[in-house]
Ligand binder design. Structure first.
Ligand code: GCU
Length: 696
């Protein structure tokens, strides 16, 4: 009896939902009384949204969210009355949705209208977002439409459940259990994506196992496609270019071979019979050891077009990646341009080239990839990384909207001033049959989906920017914080500020002033700037990137160096080429700079470098102080979890600063300025201890 009482007591004292982060930004917490009363006056009944499965989702989601937020039942009404919420299909609407307050005899009602039910679903989430943020919904007149047609997550998930560069647990997809056993997380995943407008998902790693195209696995994929469909999400697969040989038993995978071409056509037919709205293929070819058309003396265009032809009857697309480079290249940053520019105009119209934001590889800061704006006869799509392979895994806070915005807003000058990457890729500057954007997902089966609670903001901001690249990083951070935690400004304002500063902090304590790839070679966590392994690929060694010597630091990519600057349009090519006009946050990317070069601050390069590393450490410490004051605004679980991670971040920021400064000091031979904290590490010791992968 005593035990039962204890159990009842414990049960009552535990909140209904343990705050493990699993509810993401869709928490629908009860609203303050006054706000709620107002909403109940504006919406008191809901008209059925239709008879499709999506319509059912719209009704269920809205009613349950409304009832949670307002602690009041919402009635269904067959006719529109004052204060109805109405979902209207209007086929004259070309794209997106309207949310409007409309007049009716004795009052008003709220209408969400669109030409199809998926856009209605997006409109419904928009309205719920306004309510979660406690915005005024009395007079609404909103029209929203997405800038990119395809807004896609790329999962680097493997058949064995592991995730390449995944830091939030194992894969969400239980391949062994599919198609028979269905995890409830599949629907939750689709729901979260739909709420931010993501409408596509590539289920498997770009380093693709051919087995994904076997009948057995296509059946599993088809099951996921069935679950995702009512949420407006199409599935895509990464394919291995040698599948005809590896899976089909053919003697070659040559894209010009008739049997190979037929094999892909038959495979497409088989897939579409099971998944009629299958999105298409993502391909990594002739990159990092993967097979591709060049193995047969063919070009990327030959390979992509063969796949495009197979998918064309079903309106599928090929996303062909431009992430290519080879070990012998004197400048890896030039490679994609060199391989792809000569092929511009040779791709079928259902091929889109998927290009990473920077010319190397998702570094904390890179200039944009010069292919943007340069390839004008071929559609291009951006690939961002949401998972933090190079920005501290899921242990460090780096809110990535500022990184994404920096790229989207960058001016390529390809058609004169204002030719931003957003415009180059959204079809407005160059006509594009297909427009798309991709983000390498940071999700896994951790309860909170993304490992770090605050990394959910990166999934969220990717979706929001894929819908509208004009949104600001601050706007998106504000939305996310209010929905995920609380609308209290004493919380939102300081934490928003912290999010907005976080990516720059990471840049500063890892790789300021345009440095790149100083990471521990094997797993990319922690610094190893000194690394040079005899016999290893030189372009995987930090020394290849920083080129430090007794004269200075940085990679000379000017016209007298590797000439990568010339891959950019003027005036950028000239701006980057000239050390006095090159933006200082990229100066070591484009120039080998003398240790005593005077920076804008009037400090020497060496001193400036020391100050930048210190800025990064100071920022990490500041984040801890900001967060320490946030306990009253949230549950203990999330508060303490983030607190613990921020502590790790500061420790690791100091590690980065010490390792890099002590190592570069062996070349600069100059003292660390007096104002900079003395290193607490010893260089010899750091060099002898290999950085451990904290999330193996
Ligand atoms: C990086 C990453 C790899 C990944 C590759 C890619 O190099 O470290 O794990 O496979 O990018 O984008 O293909």
């Amino acid at each position: 009896m005593k035990n039962t009482l204890v159990c009842i007591f414990l049960f009552l004292s535990i909140p209904l939902f343990a705050e493990d982060g699993s509810r993401l930004w869709l928490r629908y917490e009860p609203l303050p009384e006054l706000v709620s009363e107002n909403y109940q006056q504006i919406i008191s009944n809901i008209c059925p949204a239709g008879s499709t499965e999506t319509a059912r989702i719209i009704e269920q989601e809205f009613v349950s969210a409304f009832e949670n937020m307002n602690r009041r039942n919402l009635k269904f009404s067959k006719i529109i009355t004052t204060n109805s919420l109405v979902f209207e299909i209007d086929t004259t609407i070309q794209s997106g949705y309207f949310i409007q307050t409309k007049k009716i005899k004795k009052g008003t009602y709220t209408s969400i209208s669109a030409s199809n039910d998926i856009d209605l679903l997006y409109g419904m989430y928009h309205l719920l977002r306004l309510m979660q943020m406690q915005e005024d919904i009395t007079h609404l007149d909103i029209h929203e439409k997405p800038v990119y047609d395809r807004r896609i997550l790329n999962h680097w998930d493997n058949i064995d459940g592991s995730i390449e560069r995944g830091y939030a647990g194992r894969s969400l997809w239980d391949w062994d259990d599919l198609p028979g056993k269905i995890s409830p997380r599949y629907t939750e995943y689709a729901r979260a994506n739909a709420s931010i407008g993501i409408n596509g998902t590539v289920l498997n790693n770009v380093n693709a196992n051919p087995l994904f195209l076997s009948k057995e696995y296509v059946l599993k994929t088809a099951k996921l496609a069935d679950i995702f469909r009512p949420w407006g999400i199409r599935v895509y697969l990464s394919v291995n270019f040698s599948s005809p040989t590896a899976l089909g038993g053919l003697s070659t995978s040559d894209p010009l071979n008739v049997e190979v071409r037929q094999w892909w056509k038959d495979k497409a037919k088989e897939i579409y019979a099971l998944i009629p709205d299958f999105g298409g293929f993502l391909v990594k070819a002739n990159s990092e050891g993967l097979p591709g058309p060049q193995d047969f003396g063919r070009t990327h265009a030959d390979g992509a077009n063969m796949l495009a032809e197979a998918l064309e009857p079903y309106k599928g697309i090929v996303m062909w990646r431009a992430f290519v480079y080879n070990a012998t290249s004197p400048d890896r940053a030039k490679q994609a341009y060199e391989e792809f520019m000569p092929l511009d105009g040779q791709f079928h119209k259902n091929v889109i080239i998927q290009v990473k934001n920077g010319p190397i590889d998702f570094q904390p800061r890179e200039p944009f990839n010069p292919l943007f704006g340069a390839m004008q006869k071929t559609p291009l799509m951006l690939e961002f990384q949401i998972t933090q392979e190079y920005l501290g895994f899921s242990l460090q806070l780096a809110y990535l909207a500022p990184l994404y915005k920096e790229c989207l807003d960058a001016d390529t000058y390809s058609k004169g001033e204002g030719s931003t990457i957003a415009k180059v890729t959204d079809g407005s500057l160059f006509s594009q049959a297909v427009t798309a954007i991709a983000g390498v997902a940071n999700t896994g089966n951790d309860a909170n989906w993304t490992g770090h609670h605050l990394a959910q903001a990166n999934w969220y901001c990717f979706g929001r920017l894929a819908w509208n690249p004009d949104l600001t990083s601050g706007q998106i951070a504000g939305e996310w914080l209010k929905m995920t935690f609380t609308t209290e400004s004493a919380f939102v304002e300081p934490v928003k500020e912290m999010l907005l500063e976080s990516r720059e902090a990471v840049v500063n304590y890892m790789m300021p002033l345009g440095l790149a790839h100083l990471f521990a070679w094997e797993h990319h966590y922690g610094p190893e700037p000194w690394l040079a392994i005899p016999g290893a690929r030189p372009d995987w060694m930090p020394s290849y990137y920083h080129k430090t010597d007794s004269i200075g630091l940085g990679f000379d990519r000017t016209v007298s160096g590797s000439d990568a600057v010339s891959e950019y349009f003027p005036p950028l090519s000239t701006i980057y080429n000239d050390i006095t006009t090159c933006p200082e946050n990229l100066i070591l990317w484009f120039h080998h700079v003398h240790w005593n070069y005077r920076m804008h601050s009037n400090r020497t390069l060496w001193d400036e470098l020391c100050y930048k590393y210190q800025d990064g450490v100071d920022a990490a410490r500041k984040f801890q102080k900001v967060w320490d004051k946030m306990a009253p605004f949230m549950d203990k679980e999330r508060f303490e979890d983030v607190q613990g991670k921020l502590k790790i971040q500061t420790t690791d920021a100091v590690w980065w600063k010490d390792a890099c400064l002590l190592y570069f000091q062996t070349e600069s031979r100059q003292p660390i300025p007096y104002e900079i904290e003395r290193p607490v590490h010893d260089l010899k010791k750091l060099k002898s201890e290999k950085p451990v992968n904290p999330i193996p």
